[in-house]
Design a binder for this molecule. Structure first.
Ligand code: SF4
Ligand code: SF4
Length: 243
């Protein structure tokens, strides 16, 4: 029987073979395309699967429902952010390609729409973060402005338990070697003033009882960092990481 609904066939054909009206090229349905994988490298997949939050990665059948509903990809037009593609690259072990997204992958805002929509029960949000952790743990990715902003943000927050926005932007801009245009600075200053958050430096607000809580939080972050480094060492010993 010939294929009548041609609009469903969207993959780029390189060859076409029809016998008695039946398409036998084997590439008419993109779901079936990657049946044969000759250079499969399961190290990333094994690592992600071995993590408590990554164990559902193998259920993914690449339908793309998660990406279609992802707010970053769809609503904010961040086409580089594609959870289905991250999972695919991790599944087949295309680590070099995956590393191009070392920074982008952390943009996930944990809205969990992908998890709600996934027909296979993949905990997409957790899997995406676990893939990100793999990339981070095995290194090889240059620090991005987003990473530097995250660091400045965390440090700022840890100081008093409440964000000192003016100081954050001052520190971050200085670190990037930039100076905010006067007009922009004025606009931001007025916004902070109106919202009652212009108190900065020693005058900035402080969360009550923060000294103890902040110390616990800092210790926890340092512990996470230590584990991350250990994990990186384990992956490197197992032959993972950038090649
Ligand atoms: S929705 Fe689920 S099965 Fe479909 S691509 Fe995303 S993770 Fe994979
Ligand atoms: S949790 Fe992350 S990956 Fe999932 S839909 Fe939200 S932003 Fe996209």
């Amino acid at each position: 029987m010939p294929i009548v609904e041609k609009s469903l066939v969207t993959v780029d054909r390189t060859e076409h073979l029809e016998i008695e009206g039946i398409d036998v090229s084997g590439d008419w349905n993109s779901f079936l395309r990657s049946r044969v994988q000759v250079d499969l490298d399961v190290r990333v997949l094994d690592w992600v699967r071995s993590q408590p939050q990554g164990d559902t990665i193998s259920r993914c059948w690449q339908c793309g429902t998660c990406t279609a509903g992802c707010c970053l990809h769809t609503d904010y037009g961040l086409t580089d952010f594609n959870p289905r593609y991250f999972i695919y690259l991790a599944q087949v072990g295309y680590e070099e390609e995956l590393r191009k997204y070392s920074s982008t992958i952390w943009r996930c805002v944990s809205c969990n729409k992908c998890v709600e929509r996934c027909p296979k029960g993949v905990k997409v949000e957790e899997v995406v973060h676990t893939i990100g952790s793999y990339l981070e743990a095995t290194g090889g990715a240059p620090e991005s402005p987003a990473d530097r902003f995250d660091r400045a943000y965390t440090e700022n927050l840890l100081r008093r338990g409440i964000l000192d926005e003016a100081d954050l932007f001052r520190t971050y801009e200085r670190g990037e070697g930039r100076t905010m245009p006067a007009r922009e600075m004025l606009r931001m200053g007025l916004t902070l003033l109106r919202s009652g958050r212009l108190r900065t430096g020693p005058l900035a607000h402080r969360t009550r009882g923060w000294r103890r809580f902040g110390a616990v939080l800092r210790a926890k972050l340092e512990e996470d960092e230590r584990r991350r480094r250990e994990s990186a060492g384990a992956v490197a010993r197992a032959g993972g990481g950038p090649r």
